[in-house]
Design a binder for this molecule. Structure first.
Ligand SMILES: Nc1nc2c(ncn2[C@@H]2O[C@H](COP(=O)(O)OP(=O)(O)OP(=O)(O)O)[C@@H](O)[C@H]2O)c(=O)[nH]1
Ligand SMILES: [Mg+2]
Length: 254
């Protein structure tokens, strides 16, 4: 059985580093874990990809052959990637890892909001699938950014219709009080409301809080974990949640 974890998030939020940290953690637990790089535009990855879309698609070649810029080339390459999903599935099937971590492209809208992403999530090998949505903790220190990022997370989650976890990454760059504050914003709407009212005018604060309440209402049970992909703070807690979703228990944590 292959359990597939898609790592999605805004550019620079830490998708690739978290892919590596998760891979390292599972490997240390003697789990059979592999990483698939789905970002055709990346030059260096922190992990050694077991499977790699760059084996099939050369974004630099596309740019020079068709005289297109990097964003268009990325769109074209993701569309081309569809033709290679079956080939990747054959590769993955042969290796048959227990856990497959999928690092997605930097420009997340190409994966999250175009048909290709949906196709990949549906058709890539995986008996069980889940999504980790990463948010950058430094960006989220502003309550408005925090709510906007959660809205993006929710829209991504509803698009893919697989279990999802929100991760607040890079907490090592915040002090402890700041992390606790962000956590309390998520848990207690009144605290977030006060913070919004402190920094923004009434209209803006009211609108954002209304959106946040809606989001919480329809994302009941959506999990939220502050971690650091760099220092591995709280990664154990995230791994436990991932394990519960994918395997329904603690069996692979021993
Ligand atoms: N301090 C700190 N830095 C981090 C953490 N996670 C990622 N970074 C750094 O943030 C930068 C971006 O990380 P990546 O893992 O490349 O992020 P990404 O989301 O894959 O980036 P794109 O694929 O370009 O969208 C790198 O310099 C990482 O070293 C973290 O938890 N703490
Ligand atoms: Mg990346």
């Amino acid at each position: 059985m292959v359990a597939t974890i898609f790592i999605v998030g805004l550019a620079g939020s830490g998708k690739s580093l978290l892919s590596y940290s998760l891979w390292e953690w599972f490997s240390k637990q003697k789990q059979d874990v592999a990483v698939l790089n789905l970002d055709p535009g990346v030059i260096n990855t922190p992990y050694n990809p077991d499977f790699d879309i760059r084996e099939y698609i050369d974004i630099w070649d596309l740019m020079s052959k068709h005289n297109i810029g990097p964003n268009t080339a990325l769109i074209v390459s993701m569309d081309l990637a569809l033709a290679y999903i079956e080939k990747l599935n054959v590769e993955i099937g042969k290796a048959n890892p227990d856990i497959l971590i999928v690092d997605t492209p930097g420009q997340m809208e190409i994966f999250a909001y175009r048909v290709v992403g949906d196709y990949i999530v549906r058709n890539l090998l995986g008996d069980k699938k889940m999504l980790i949505f990463i948010m950058d903790a430094v960006f989220c220190k502003d309550p408005k950014n925090f709510i906007s990022n959660l809205l993006v997370a929710a829209s991504t989650r509803y698009r893919f219709e697989i279990p999802a976890i929100n991760v607040l990454n890079k907490i090592d760059l915040l002090d402890k009080e700041e992390v606790l504050k962000l956590y309390s914003w998520y848990r207690e709407t009144e605290v977030l409301t006060r913070e919004m009212e402190k920094h923004y005018d009434t209209y803006e604060a009211e609108m954002m809080i209304k959106m946040f309440k809606l989001l919480k209402k329809y994302s009941v049970g959506n999990l939220f974990f502050p971690v650091s992909a760099e220092t591995l703070d709280n990664l154990d807690v995230l791994i436990q949640a991932v394990t519960r979703i994918l395997f329904g228990g603690e069996e692979i944590l021993e």
